[in-house]
Design a protein around this ligand. Sequence first.
Ligand code: ATP
Length: 305
Amino acid sequence: MEILARAIDLSRRFGRYPALSGLDFELRQGEVLGLLGPNGAGKTTCLRLLSGGLHPSRGKIEILGIDLSRRPVAAKRHLGYLPERPPLYPELRVDEYLRHCARLHRVPRRGVKEAVAEAKRRCGLDGVGRQLIAKLSKGFRQRLGIAQAILHRPRLLILDEPTEGLDPVQTREVRALIRELSKDSGIILSSHVLPEVQAVCDRVLVLHHGRLLRSEHLSAAPRAGLCRVRVAGAVDPGQMARLPCVEAAIALGEGRYRMILTEGATSGDLARQIVGAGLELHELGPERPDLERVFFDLIGAGDPA
Ligand code: ATP
């Protein structure tokens, strides 16, 4: 897959304070990459650097292979950016605002009408074109912020906290919109909400104090060789660990175990062996990466509540 964005040793200081230090990553076509971290982790700084609105103190960014510092105009043509606070003008109507943004994005004059209609359609803004922005709900403003970012059909979309402050219904709608947009563009977004990242991202970069702590794939695919089981009654963990297809069994309490299987063994083998050993199997499922555990371990904040 084509690499849409590449950050190399990306760093930014504010005075002596290192807001971002030595970040390296790539974003590929069709991927939704999440930046996750607590307040002050450096997420917004990273996205502002990627948008070209802030210059790195060290390192560089390439957008479709174009050096963002050296050829900003050419690189930015491929970018759409939803900042933390979308740059909306309350006194304008939705259509007026989008036409204005289309001109800023250098959409050719004869293509403006179509670009505005297309962005509105994709963001569910049909029917509010004549409304004053001041009168839009927060959810609709956020959609409008996204619409202005996609007007010129950028290959790369940068979304800073796209669902911040939305109610649960609006949040669900904006998440669905992000997944939809990811069919055409690579997306990088920031969030400090774990379920958000798990719901929409394919991969997450965990940031803390401006440093990358971990890059984690969030594919729906379970980790090979890992299962979670629940058996009835008090079972000796040793008995679970001695099953032929089991490398190790970690007791989680109340009959639940995380099982590490031997090379090539399947969950079917495990089920047969548990039942064959005379145990009562209540549940057996794939073990997926537990982002919450990873996150809290990494930032050293103790266990999730
Ligand atoms: P949040 O979730 O609160 O938005 P964040 O992860 O986006 O946090 P940043 O906004 O990137 O974090 O900020 C990282 C650090 O850099 C913070 O300590 C912040 O105070 C500092 N910082 C950000 N912008 C500036 C600035 N313009 N001048 C000085 N310090 C700044």
